[in-house]
Write a protein that binds this ligand. Structure first.
Ligand code: IVH
Length: 680
């Protein structure tokens, strides 16, 4: 019978839920049905709602919190997170063992073999048995704070079982189960959105979301494999013991780990892993082999980058053969025709491959792959699948070398390849539906005009209906017609109209990027926008005026001139102008400020909220500079995920280091606001 005292009942429910989470996520052996679990969870939610004073941040109901104020702040690891040396043959394993033997006097008694999980390394910190922080590996010394997002992962215990040290850091790998990855991609495909490339990158991207609710929806999991910093002494004597101990504390440790006595057994273990790798719901790219005894580990120590007592034994890239059913082409946003292989579906390297790019006509010729051939397909780790070449002995009669079709299969216009160029292009312009689709998707994307909510699916639909024939149509969509479409209600139409309205007023640099002039990406676009401020003025600029601009060479100038000379492009710009799209930046635009005059910033690592181009634009728009290397003259170094050597250099020279939040303060309020001395 539930007790009536809410505090007692809440404590009971939390303990019970924690128990069932552990059964489900860690032991993979649930005791109750989902419905029974949900009932407990709802009861706890209700009690906590009625007694907000009893809410604990580590309650199972609090896993998905609000987006934190300062996301991905740099975190210094208490102990460095090392990477591993590689071996890819038995000989190299034996050579490793001999090196150990030279240091230890004898070969180690035992090794622990573990699957090498293809995911994202994290360090989890617990204080007095309570989850307090999660950080990415970063450069091994400084990582990023991902506490709020990692908290949403059900397999991460928020409270440890039994007696935990006052401070404990553990290491593990966050990954996306293959089944979750495939499910996510099915949803993407249904929504007409591009699919994710592989589970590893998707897991990494999921951990680096601004909103923990997004991470929570990604069904991530974790394997924990290493004890890091511990406060106080503990009597762990070996890796094997620490794996048992981690499991006792409630961590999810991999049951496929094994303690072995010789290199031969290591090799047998890896062969077994390789054979069974696709029976698992997660990707592994080899095994990690660790000297078991901590005493021996201490004796062998570390090199600059990795422990001498551990090595990664990587699987060879997987290859399979399958039939090349067809070679088709895609027309990209600039009109370039790219051939790709249509394959009989083949399961290789952990994913089912049905298509693979063939890059260009020369590449197809060089490999001499022909329709009907049996071809070798390779996929290693996170690399995109590749067609290596044909199995010539299996070539059926009557095959012909492939050549680029003379006419575009989408629009019938000629495909031409001008002298010396590798690329062949469709000449159909916006009459080509394939080109139009790619062009428009880029045009409205975040890198372009940034029309919120305008994805591939909308682009496809509106092209099919004939409502989008060229980019200017984006700004002339008829709300009444949209309202008649299946699944479009008042709200979605109003949202789209509002998003389109907002996009009319983007800075010229964005419009320039969106237009897709060959060679003009974000950085060049901003340089041009700063110099000319208006699109018509830019299009009238002579080659000389163009090459006069810092960063614009003769080739780029030529590309811009030939784009500008094309009457169709001029007509498009006129139509955009007529549709109310801003073609010129006001002189005193926020971009024109000199808030950051004299400030020179270097960025290292990946930022969560802004692309590199974005940071560059934001700083340059305020009169500052972004450079590639750190010197004494650098005002500050902005540090993101996986920072490089620039961070160390900054520390060495005493250059101030900013995290992402401080960068935002800098952009908002200048050097003072970011705690920097004003530049001289
Ligand atoms: S131990 C000092 N064990 O592989 C010990 N790493 O190439 C370093 N990894 O950064 C890590 N599975 O992200 C260890 N069972 C495992 C692992 C593992 C995957 C990753 C980890 C590390 C990388 C090293």
């Amino acid at each position: 019978m539930p007790t009536s005292d809410p505090a007692t009942r809440i404590a009971e429910l939390r303990a019970e839920i924690r128990h069932h989470l552990h059964r489900y996520h860690v032991l993979d052996d649930p005791e109750i049905s989902d419905a029974e679990y949900d009932a407990l969870f709802k009861e706890l939610e209700r009690l906590e709602r009625d007694h907000p004073e009893l809410i604990d941040p580590l309650s199972p109901t609090q896993r998905v919190g609000a987006p934190p104020d300062s996301i991905f702040a740099p975190v210094q690891h208490r102990e460095r997170m090392f990477s591993l040396d590689n071996a890819d043959s038995k000989e190299q394993l034996l050579a490793w063992e001999s090196r150990l033997e030279r240091i230890l006097g004898t070969a180690p008694d035992a090794y622990v073999c573990e699957p090498k999980i293809d995911g994202l390394a994290v360090s989890l910190t617990y204080e007095n048995g309570r989850y307090s922080r999660a950080a990415t590996r970063g450069d091994g010394v400084v990582g990023e704070d991902v506490t709020a997002n990692v908290r949403t992962i059900g397999a991460v215990p928020l409270e440890l079982r039994g007696q935990a040290p006052s401070v404990l850091e553990v290491r593990g790998e966050i990954y996306m189960p293959v089944s979750a990855f495939e499910e996510l991609n099915r949803r993407q495909a249904d929504a007409g959105e591009p699919e994710y490339v592989n589970p590893r990158n998707t897991a990494a991207g999921s951990v680096r979301q601004k909103d923990p609710a997004v991470t929570a929806g990604r069904n991530l999991s974790i394997w924990v494999y290493q004890v890091g910093y511990r406060a106080g002494q503990s009597d762990l004597g070996s890796q094997w013991e620490s794996l048992q101990w981690l499991a006792e504390l409630g961590f999810r440790t991999n049951p496929a780990s094994r303690r072995v006595g010789s290199v031969d057994e290591v090799v047998a273990y890896v062969d077994e892993l390789l054979e069974t790798r696709h029976d698992r719901d997660y990707e592994i790219d080899g095994a990690v082999v660790k000297v078991d005894a901590f005493a021996a580990q201490r004796e062998t120590g570390f090199t600059a980058k990795s422990p001498r007592w551990a090595i990664a034994y990587k699987f060879p890239p997987e290859e399979k053969t399958t039939r090349l059913v067809d070679i088709r082409i895609n027309i990209g946003r600039t009109g370039v025709a790219t051939p790709y292989a249509v394959l009989d579906p083949v399961f290789v390297g952990g994913v089912t491959v049905t298509n693979a790019t063939l890059h260009n006509e020369d590449e197809v010729r060089r490999k001499d792959v022909r329709i009907g051939d049996t071809v070798v397909v390779r996929r290693a780790g996170d690399v995109i699948p590749q067609v290596m070449g044909p199995v010539e002995s299996m070539r059926p009669r009557g095959t012909k070398p492939w050549s680029m079709p003379a006419e575009c299969p989408f629009c019938g216009h000629p495909i031409v390849r001008s002298g010396g160029e590798v690329a062949a292009r469709c000449t159909g312009g916006f009459d080509c539906p394939s080109r139009l689709r790619e062009y428009l998707s880029h045009f409205v994307s975040r890198d372009g005009m940034d029309v919120e909510g305008f994805g591939y699916k909308t682009v496809d639909l509106l092209i099919d209906l004939g409502m989008l024939r060229d980019p200017s149509d984006v700004f002339g969509l008829d709300p009444d017609r949209l309202l008649q479409l299946d699944g479009w209600g008042e709200t979605s139409v109003a949202n789209l109209v509002a998003a389109v309205d907002a996009a009319r007023d983007r800075p010229v640099a964005r419009l320039l990027t969106a237009l897709g002039i060959p060679g003009v990406g974000g950085t060049v676009a901003r340089t041009l926008a700063r110099r000319f401020r208006s699109l018509p003025r830019l299009l009238d600029a002579t080659e000389e005026e163009l090459t006069d601009v810092d960063g614009i060479g003769p080739e780029l100038a030529l590309s811009i001139r030939s784009w500008a000379r094309d009457p169709e492009n001029r007509a498009l710009v006129d139509r955009l102008g007529a549709a109310g799209v801003r073609l010129a930046d006001p002189q005193d635009e926020e971009g024109g400020s000199d808030l950051l005059a004299g400030v020179t910033v270097v960025v290292t690592g990946t930022l969560a909220g802004r692309s590199r181009d974005d940071v560059k634009a934001a700083i340059e728009n305020r009169g500052g500079k972004v450079t590639g290397s750190v010197s004494k003259r650098t005002t500050a170094v902005v540090v993101g995920e996986s920072p490089g050597s620039k961070l160390a250099k900054a520390e060495e020279l005493g250059v101030p280091i900013l995290d992402e939040a401080a960068l935002e303060r800098l952009l908002e309020g200048g050097p003072d606001a970011a705690g920097l001395a004003a530049p001289l």
